[in-house]
Design a protein around this ligand. Sequence first.
Ligand code: ADP
Ligand code: MG
Ligand code: MG
Length: 876
Amino acid sequence: MMKKFVYAFSEGNAKMRELLGGKGANLAEMTVLGLPVPQGFTITTEACTQYYEDDRQVSPEIEAEIFEHLAKLEELTGKKFGDPSNPLLVSVRSGARASMPGMMDTILNLGLNDQVVEGFAKLTNNERFAYDSYRRFIQMFSDVVMEVPKHQFEVIIDQMKEAKGVTLDTELDADDLKEMVVRFKAYYKEQKNEDFPQQPREQLMEAVKAVFRSWDNPRAIYYRRMNDIPSSWGTAVNVQTMVFGNTGNTSGTGVAFTRDPATGENRLFGEFLVNAQGEDVVAGVRTPQHIDELKDIMPDVYNQFCDVAHRLEQHYRDMQDMEFTIENGKLFMLQTRNGKRTAHAAIKIACDLVDEGMITPQEAVCMVEPKQLDSLLHPQFDQKALKAAKEIGVGLAASPGAACGKVVFTAEEATEEGKKGEAVILVRLETSPEDIEGMNHAKGILTVRGGMTSHAAVVARGMGTCCVSGCGDIVMHEAEGYFELGGRKISRGEYISLDGSTGKIYGEAIPTVAASVSGDFGRLMAWADEARQLKVYTNADTPKDAVQALSFGAEGIGLCRTEHMFFEGVRIKAVREMILSKAEEQRRVALAKLLPMQQGDFEAIYEAMQGHPVTIRFLDPPLHEFVPHTEAEIKELSEEMNISVEEIHNVIASLHEFNPMMGHRGCRLAVSYPEIAEMQTQAVINAAINVSRKHPEWKIVPEIMIPLVGEVKELAYVKSVVTKTADELIAQSGMELHYKVGTMIEIPRAAVTADEIAKEAEFFSFGTNDLTQMTFGFSRDDAGKFLNYYYDKKIYEFDPFAKLDQAGVGKLVEMACKLGRQTRPDIKLGICGEHGGDPSSVEFCHKVGLTYVSCSPFRVPIARLAAAQAAIKYPR
Ligand code: ADP
Ligand code: MG
Ligand code: MG
């Protein structure tokens, strides 16, 4: 049987999301539910994939199928495509599997041309409306399909309004709009050297292709990379009978959520505009009215809409985000989907739905996106400083959180400064999909125009970025590099602060304070802990980090990097002394100075962790990282150590490596200078003994981790140094103390020979940062320079340092687990690379059966939730 590429709405349902895309599947589901949906059909995501396979052509078979369905739609509606006496007009709407807000563009009123518009005017007895629809179509079609710059259309509109002395679009009459159509078409011709397409069928096919093409535009690619959406999915295209919100004052269009997407509060929330079409609400051109006002203007429609909203929420058992249009007092539903929401709202809604008996706690756990928690874990404004601060203006509280940064006016600047690590606030008239990368790099977003459902608001909420929108009091002087607000003049580079929960804007920097896990957040995390099978540890080098991580629910330290302890004041001097030593004896003198300091650090960490496991990694970086860099430092050192400046220069030169990442580092240091490992062992064991004396109930079992092992014999050698030292100390203490020696698996050779390594190693911890760079053969410090080319060419779709490469690096991990267990069935397996806090990587770790994941303190709750979701999806 031939593959079916087109489905009428009445043929689909919500389960067919992969094939019909989210929008198409839900339009079908609403049709099945008997809700008022303008009818239409969906061209499948497979047709999109086919389009790319066929070298960006729509095959004749697919085209024929489209026109078959168009004919059926004509029959159903009793209208005819391109027939001036009774024309069928449609919208062409993209819709991928996962919702990608603002990523792809919709075309409305397709099917109009010079003749049809006249007929349409007669038929509707509304010339103004007919020409308004036509001019909108020309605008959208030119921009989205033909890539004619849209700006000039706005200029023409503004010129006409000015000539007439009016401010609103709605004040232009039929003759004005006719004139506008003439000017639009002239501009089109000037740009394209041909007339505006008059054949509806050609318009339709061009629009379909444009949607397919848009799947591959740079914003879509960037959004996919940010959200782990593979390019192979493709987008569907929905062709839907038009309904009109712009026929006059008994019509309108709007968007609404069944609950407040910012706070989660259970009440209808949304906006609408009278006498408007499509994107007018989201584009922020006019400031919309609150949905509650619809009650007064059109009470019947309002009541019907409330019923529909309630039904949809009950049906999907989740908060819905709906788009609707009212045509001459009749309600039509144009879209529904599970609404995007802030992390705060996501948690409240999940808990409320459990309390309302709609979902189970496990379903609640699966409903919150782990990455979103990030915004709750990061600082909020210091309340005292906030009270003392003076607000200079207020906008809409579009996406909560606290942001403080320097003002920039373009997305490019935001990206540039953000990459440098600068905190910036992006201030714009309004945002558009082109701005997405800059928005992602900004700490906060402030817009002059646009409501709660404007592009800026929706995207910011999705990213968990603070956003204040629609602050109409701002006077922008972008070209001059400043804006005015509340009597202040604020220039590019000056600090401002935004409160995304109140909409307040402050003309100064306000300090922030840490967040905590309590209330509904705590409830959700407790459900997650019940469900998960992976333990969640943290990477912490200091007692402060350890305490922070414990408060976020960490169950141990998976990675304590000892070298970070070597950089402070007196310590670095002792380290340098060690490095400059020519003989072992001298080196031992320097190490003896370090011992008490290192031991003290470990004691503090054991105290902080109160008996939870602590994995301590021995010295890892190449020694040259510790040598002095400036001449002044070198001179000081030479005086202190009584060595000539020249000699120090010689040592520094001798430590130079062509490729330090693969140089004299990790366990190689301990092989060359075993006394370093000896000192570190003493520090760990003494610390454990001392803390155990005070707290025998903690039953401390030190875990010593040897880095960068590639060959079992090198591990065996270093381990022998460790055990000899440790056993002596323990014997002297007269205490019973167990300890473990394990290794990191971060060199491919170690993964491949893990059965051998496990003979010596009592545990493995996958150091996936190094394992990734060694497997790919590129360093993570340099990869940024060329990975973009790889993304553009779709060779790689994501950064393997952020998200574990399961096909390659993951295969090594899986193999090492298997080999390790062969030798030592009860081997403890963990991961301590960046990936330990990345949800999709956590899922992988769950599947291969690791004991724990370890991540930075702020990602601990994210990992807990991701681990729970993995366990629910793939029980083991
Ligand atoms: P997006 O994915 O950007 O939200 P949509 O395809 O939902 O794009 O289209 C945007 C808006 O266009 C809709 O919210 C709706 O107001 C309007 N629209 C789309 N199709 C129709 C239609 N058939 N009739 C009337 N308005 C439509
Ligand atoms: Mg859109
Ligand atoms: Mg939409």
